[in-house]
Design a protein around this ligand. Sequence first.
Ligand code: URA
Length: 196
Amino acid sequence: MDKTTELKNLHKKWKEECQCELKKTATQAVPGDGSPNAEIVFIGEAPGKSEDEQGRPFVGAAGKFLAEMLELINLKKEDVYITNVVKYRPPNNRDPLPEEKSLCREWLLGELKIIQPKLIIFLGRHAMNNFFPELKISGAHGKLLIKPFKGMSTKYFFPLYHPAAALYDGSMRETLKDDFKKIPKVLQEIDKRGKN
Ligand code: URA
């Protein structure tokens, strides 16, 4: 089965089976989107208003900013795969709760298992703390993390500030852009070290 079909089946299964309470208030599920053959998977926090309306991740203001940053390294949204820790919009964009994150975890791990990216990029602390609960984004952003997880094809992770947080904060925005420009070098470093 090709990866596109595998992803389609995964999203269909979880849309039916996900027990998350957010399902009751959200308009629809927002599964990951982009290239099934992507080298890079970006993981955000949760869908916002525009994403909830359109059923696709990062289509609002934060998504526009993400697309601008991808352009800095000659990539388009279609070249990467973009998803979120939780697949349903929390009411009034509140932070997702621990049980909501854990109920969506198998869905996210399923996406990663199919895509098998070279590098996973966390957009913000919620995505990072899902895998590295002990880290603070203020200290970890822009640094390559290397840690094998059972059942995961990559051990390479790169945390960034969340584009929505950086959008209205000048200095954070510059830091995020600087970190973003490190991505090509990070990919080279992974090639040197070996995928596994
Ligand atoms: N913020 C996120 O974390 N995810 C989205 O899909 C949109 C905004």
